[in-house]
Design a protein around this ligand. Structure first.
Ligand SMILES: [Fe+2]
Ligand SMILES: [Fe+2]
Length: 256
């Protein structure tokens, strides 16, 4: 027989809200993969990889962009220290972005791609960006972060589809899946901010209209795997519309 309910019965108390970081950590755990154990390094085929030097050149640039995370995310961490979920999302991004850099650089070294990436090159990139400093409000930078991750997932997916070495295709599938999760994490941070202050919706929409990939702080030309990729563009707009409850085209019409 079950005990009668009283007002203090814990069954009447809603469960405490789980922090977003709990969900984020669980998703990261489900998606985990190891650079050392899950990439078939012994099966890397340099001859096949060099059949597409254009892809290797793009991946070299992508590795430089991944190596830049400590700079722009360092600024973001500083601006979000009061938000526990944001700290967790940014820390995970920094760790997994490092993994992407580490895996891509290792792959390029394994196939003997030239010019090899040097630590001095990475430091020079960081120094140049730090001399300029962060640009835009935190909301603008969160939108930039979310949409850059969104496009990164398409970039790695498309390059993976064209990769001639199966080991590279597998590696890029791991990375692309991580980027989907990263875009969602940034989206969740924005959703929380919008829920507590719907007044920021116009700023989110404007940031999307004026979006620039954060990789532009690293290289002059951020690589694009499939110029005008219709799926990437449609889903880019959908991400913003889901967050803001406003169609991007309607927002653009209203601005005219
Ligand atoms: Fe990445
Ligand atoms: Fe990422």
């Amino acid at each position: 027989m079950t005990a009668p309910l009283t007002l203090s019965d814990p069954r009447l108390t809603p469960p405490p809200r789980r922090s977003d970081y709990v969900r984020l950590a669980a998703a990261a755990d489900r998606g985990r993969w190891s650079v050392e154990r899950d990439v078939r390094w012994s099966a890397v085929d340099p001859a096949r990889a060099h059949e597409r030097p254009d892809l290797l050149t793009q991946l070299r640039t992508a590795a430089l962009i991944e190596s830049y995370h400590p700079v722009h995310l360092g600024w973001m961490l500083d601006d979000t220290w009061g938000d526990i979920d944001a700290g967790a999302a940014i820390a995970l991004e920094m760790y997994e972005g490092f993994k992407h850099f580490h895996a891509l650089r290792s792959y390029l070294d394994a196939v003997g791609f030239e010019p090899a990436i040097t630590d001095a090159e990475l430091v020079a990139i960081r120094a140049a960006a730090r001399a300029i400093g962060p640009k835009g409000s935190l909301v603008e930078r969160l939108v930039e972060f979310m949409l850059s991750e969104h496009l990164a997932s398409y970039f790695f997916r498309r390059i993976g589809e064209q990769a001639t070495d199966p080991v590279l295709a597998e590696l890029l599938a791991f990375i692309a899946a991580d980027e989907v999760r990263h875009a969602q994490a940034a989206s969740d941070l924005l959703a929380t901010r919008i829920a507590s202050d719907p007044g920021i919706v116009p700023a989110v929409l404007e940031a999307a209209v004026h979006f620039h990939h954060f990789g532009e702080q690293v290289v002059a030309d951020v690589p694009v795997a499939l110029p005008g990729d219709p799926l990437a563009i449609r889903s880019f707009a959908r991400r913003i519309e889901r967050l803001c409850g406003v169609r991007l085209v309607d927002h653009l019409k209203r601005r005219i």
